[in-house]
Design a protein. Structure first.
Length: 367
């Protein structure tokens, strides 16, 4: 086949037209997506120095700039790849993410995949530890909370664009104005840091009694300690009586209080051993409630926990008889019980006159 002057000139015109079109494509992409798009596309190129694929070999990624994949990456939000747009669509459609979040996440190209992995893992945790599936509404709330707590770090300047790769794709040196614009551009990349979110495991319903028994080991140990104290105090008064000592009215009141209190505590201990925990919640009231909410607030949705919290909230104050001896501090017995840690922080009490049953003082034990 013989090349004529006209044929060569036509061929050159086609080459120049293609080069002009590619140059225009580069600047269009820059206008739509910024420098980060250019850098992402021109990490490498298999096009020869003239920018012509003479033998119609397999096209490189840069040869497909005019393809629909490139166009899709700029729908709605700049600087978001087709892959990230697909992830965003999944998060919006299946997890209820607000579409406005796409623009926030766009500063960090890795954030889309990380958020998708994050919410999928959270959904799995929810199923495994909460015994129910995460609904779309729950997922939307979780994503909203995640994004509200996330740290969005705006990009800082990094390197200049790879002009050699760009010009290799075009097939010639860029127009001087275009080249100046691109050479002056500094690329930036941001970062999105998501907070940690781990669901506390909810125990298997069949194991709840054992779980609660373990959780309530602190008030149970308190009951055992108090039972020992009460029995020792009762024994002291019994010994005095056996020795023929007449007990004062205050001592009689104290002895009676020990006897009745010992019955309550012993009953709570025996019930606890049978996996019935209400008595323990009832006798310790406020301090029991504080322990539950401080250590086991994440389990509040469990019916048995709610029931115990309700019982402790309804528990009456511990009634303490005042010292009625003339010249004595009415709070002597109250202070003794506090000193021996029978009454502890959070316990509500009533100090009353044992002769009239009138309330002298009602308060909580504080630090």
């Amino acid at each position: 086949m013989r090349l004529t002057a006209v044929g060569i000139r036509n061929y050159q015109d086609k080459v120049e037209a293609r080069q002009d079109q590619r140059e225009k494509t580069i600047m269009d992409l820059y206008a739509k997506g910024g420098a980060s798009t250019i850098r992402k596309l021109f990490g490498q190129s298999t096009v020869d120095n003239r920018g012509i694929n003479l033998f119609d070999t397999k096209k490189s990624s840069t040869d497909d700039l005019e393809s629909t994949d490139i166009e899709k990456s700029y729908l709605e939000t700049p600087n978001v790849s087709t892959k990230n747009l697909a992830i965003a669509e999944n998060l919006i459609k299946n997890f209820g993410m607000n579409p406005s979040a796409v623009a926030k996440l766009a500063i960090d190209p890795t954030s889309f995949e990380r958020l998708e992995k994050y919410i999928n893992n959270l959904s799995k945790q929810f199923s495994e530890k909460k015994f129910k599936e995460m609904t779309k509404e729950m997922a939307a709330e979780e994503i909203g909370s995640i994004l509200d707590s996330a740290i969005f770090k705006q990009g800082t300047t990094s390197g200049k664009l790879d002009m050699s790769a760009i010009e290799k794709y075009v097939g010639r040196e860029l127009d001087s104005l275009y080249k100046t614009i691109l050479q002056e551009e500094q690329l930036s990349s941001g970062a999105v840091v998501f907070p940690e979110r781990v669901l506390v495991e909810t125990p298997d319903p069949a194991k709840i009694p054992g779980f609660i028994k373990s959780a309530l080991s602190s008030p149970y140990n308190r009951a055992l300690q108090e039972q020992g104290f009460l029995r020792r105090e009762i024994a002291k008064f019994t010994a005095l009586t056996n020795q023929g000592t007449n007990l004062s009215p205050s001592q009689e009141n104290e002895k009676q209080w020990y006897v009745e209190r010992n019955k309550e505590v012993t009953r709570a201990i025996n019930e606890f051993k049978k996996d019935r925990f209400g008595e323990l919640a009832y006798i310790y009231g406020g301090s029991f409630l504080q322990d539950m909410l401080r250590n086991y607030a994440s389990y509040e949705e469990l019916a048995p926990i709610q029931e115990l919290i309700s019982v402790s909230e309804d528990a009456p104050p511990i009634r303490i008889p005042a010292n009625v001896l003339a010249g004595q501090d009415p709070r002597d017995f109250l202070n003794y019980l506090i000193q021996k840690r029978i009454l502890r922080v959070g316990d509500q009490f009533i100090l009353y006159d044992p002769t009239t049953n009138d309330t002298i003082l009602q308060d909580y034990i504080t630090e």
